[in-house]
Design a protein around this ligand. Structure first.
Ligand SMILES: *Cc1c(COP(=O)(O)O)cnc(C)c1O
Length: 362
């Protein structure tokens, strides 16, 4: 591919982050969360490089299929469980674990022909009020699963934290306490921690941790970047300067002429835009690195191009490398400029970009 915009995926950084997760939660098994194409990084390459994990978590059957097709034979959990009875044959064939979070899924299990019992994870709604049974329903649901011929004997228990990214969140304390109280009497493996839980809430590590964001080298804690936790960004979004112009004071730049030069100045044009996943909401002033120097975006992002104030780097030349996010410019920072979260930026990276792997493959 000749277009200079590309995504670099650093597999050594990925494995480094996995080793950090082990240091944070040394007594827990690790279920790597690889939904949404491994947060935009490419599910097959990420899973292949994560030989050290104990399992993978995905959002749907298609993602699980991709993993099995890539030769992954570890445990795979469908985090939202089966959506319909039509999925049950594939779930058995692919040997997938499922989350059971709602009564309708019992009907679905009853209607299915099950020849090899399915591993189930019973989900408690501990306060997020998205998926899961209420605390008062857990004992009955557990019993229902235990009795079900189509369900394997070793049922597990899980819940999900809503606000673990906020240090000292009272809600997280409540959720951890509720999960602990409700599941106390059950002999089962238990799981509660996402990335933020792994870093900030030791008491929720339990038997399985479920890291997503931190695996990819991004801080799950508000106000921090990866560096603060010894994590290393896996993805870099890069391109090059494809043009430089010397404009006059008052010259407008880009769509809508929303920005004009405050003085005579050089403007650089970068081959990358919202069509690649760069957030259109990142406005003038957003930091962009040209050849490692801090410059800023001016005007509106276009589909394929960005315009940059080069006053800070008058020596810039066409072909200079541009970093939109990556090791030296955390995606957490760009997310803040764009009034979004790093998760959304990573997932939104467009598949038209060339993906280049660095480091040892799996
Ligand atoms: C996405 C997800 C995770 C991972 O969350 P991060 O914040 O990315 O670590 C863990 N558990 C469940 C159920 C999820 O849906």
């Amino acid at each position: 591919m000749t277009r200079p915009a590309k995504v670099i995926i650093d597999l050594d950084a990925l494995r480094h982050n996995l080793s950090r997760i082990r240091q944070f939660a040394p007594h827990s098994k690790i279920m790597a969360i690889v939904k949404a194409d491994a947060y935009g990084h490419g599910i097959a390459r990420i899973a292949a490089a994560l030989t050290g994990v104990d399992g993978f978590g995905v959002a749907c059957l298609e993602e699980a299929c991709q993993l099995r097709e890539a030769g992954i034979d570890k445990k795979i959990l469908l985090l939202e469980g089966p959506y319909s009875v039509e999925e049950i044959p594939a779930i058995q064939q692919l040997r997938l674990d499922v989350v059971i979070h709602h009564q309708f899924q019992f009907t679905l299990l009853n209607d299915a022909v099950i020849t090899s019992p399915i591993n189930a994870w019973l989900k408690l709604d501990s306060g997020m009020h998205r998926l899961g049974f209420a605390a008062t329903e857990i004992a009955a649901s557990w019993a229902q699963l235990k009795q079900h011929e189509g369900v394997a004997g070793n049922i597990r228990l899980l819940s999900h934290l809503a606000s673990a990214n906020e240090p000292d969140s009272a809600m997280t304390k409540k959720q951890i306490e509720l999960f602990s109280n409700v599941t106390k009497g059950f002999q089962a493996e238990k799981s509660l921690a996402n990335s933020a839980g792994i870093i900030a809430w030791k008491e929720c590590h339990l038997d399985w941790v479920r890291p997503g964001l931190m695996l990819y080298g991004v801080s799950p804690i508000d106000g921090n970047t990866a560096d603060d936790f010894g994590l290393s960004p896996v993805m870099s979004l890069e391109s090059e300067l494809i043009s430089i112009k010397n404009l006059k004071q008052g010259d407008p730049v880009g769509y809508g002429a929303s920005w004009s030069c405050p003085e005579d100045m050089p403007i650089g044009i970068v081959a990358a835009g919202y069509g690649d996943g760069f957030p259109r909401h990142a406005g003038s002033g957003t930091t962009i690195l040209v050849n490692g120097r801090s410059c800023s975006l001016v005007g509106r992002a276009s589909m394929d191009m960005l315009t940059i104030d080069l006053r800070n780097y008058p020596g810039a030349r066409i072909g200079d490398p541009v970093l939109l996010w990556g090791k030296e410019l955390p995606v957490e920072v760009i997310a803040r400029y764009a009034d979004t979260i790093p998760y959304e930026l990573l997932c939104g990276v467009h598949k038209r970009l060339e993906f280049i792997e660095r480091g040892q493959p799996g």
